[in-house]
Design a protein around this ligand. Structure first.
Ligand SMILES: C[S@@+](CC[C@H](N)C(=O)[O-])C[C@H]1O[C@@H](n2cnc3c(N)ncnc32)[C@H](O)[C@@H]1O
Length: 222
């Protein structure tokens, strides 16, 4: 049985075009500067390693908003049955070029057709912050439903109160998107309301080029 359709964000096309424009720069930055590369960030790597250990053997894992696929490929190297999906066709072209052995597809988090209890794990790794505040809960509910009992969700996102409008990103490329920042307790509440039980929370202080961040891991009870 399919779930209720999720409201389509009004700016989805603009966000897609923006990520298409930055995709080549972003992929280049991941390779050359380590931005977005968990191997260069011990706490992010520890979070992904804990997630990988937890979901290993539980079933397929879906990396939603995978971008150029660095984390998808990392999880595949760790032996997980993982695939990546992203809104931006150009991000997926880069992902396929950089990680030809991995599986990638193009779709919005708001338009995924996921069977109930079909996944061992779902990631929304720095990829759900463009979802409007009323849409994110719907996507979290979709993820919760798609997880098997005992399956896990992990997300990383930007912390704050604002809806920050970006007009350039990743080396000065013109973009148009809103970064919806969340206070940790707000996001954890949303995750719980979606039917998941938070199991770990990691707060990251601001760094030279980024504001504070948050990682939350949660499990579907059962
Ligand atoms: C900052 S990048 C992070 C990419 C990757 N997860 C990483 O850690 O390197 C954000 C990604 O989220 C994707 N994204 C944004 N909105 C999305 C949506 N509605 N559905 C799927 N992907 C989305 C963008 O296309 C982009 O690739």
């Amino acid at each position: 049985m399919r779930t209720q359709p999720i409201d389509c964000p009004a700016d989805l096309d603009v966000v897609r075009e923006s990520y298409d424009r930055v995709a080549d720069n972003y992929a280049h930055m991941v390779v050359t500067t380590g931005v977005g590369d968990i191997r260069r960030h011990p706490w992010l790597k520890a979070s992904i390693d804990a997630f990988a250990d937890t979901v290993s053997g539980l079933g397929p894992v879906l990396d939603v908003g995978c971008g150029p696929g660095k984390v998808t490929a990392y999880l595949a190297e760790r032996g997980l049955d993982v695939s990546g999906v992203d809104l931006s066709p150009r991000m997926i072209e880069n992902a396929r070029r950089l990680h030809p052995k991995c599986r990638f597809s193009v779709a919005s988090a708001t338009d995924l057709d996921l069977d109930e209890a079909s996944l061992g794990g779902v990631l929304g790794w720095w990829s759900l912050f463009n979802l409007p505040r009323d849409v994110l809960p719907q996507v979290l509910a979709l993820f919760a439903r798609a997880l098997k009992p005992g399956g896990h969700f992990i997300t990383a996102t930007h912390v704050g109160d604002e809806d920050a409008v970006r007009t350039d990103a990743y080396g000065g490329v013109p973009v148009r998107w809103t970064t919806y920042k969340w206070r940790p307790e707000q996001l954890v509440d949303l995750i719980e309301q979606a039917g998941l039980r938070p199991v770990a929370e990691l707060r990251l202080p601001p760094e030279e080029y980024s504001g504070p961040g948050l990682v939350v891991m949660a499990k579907r009870p059962g």
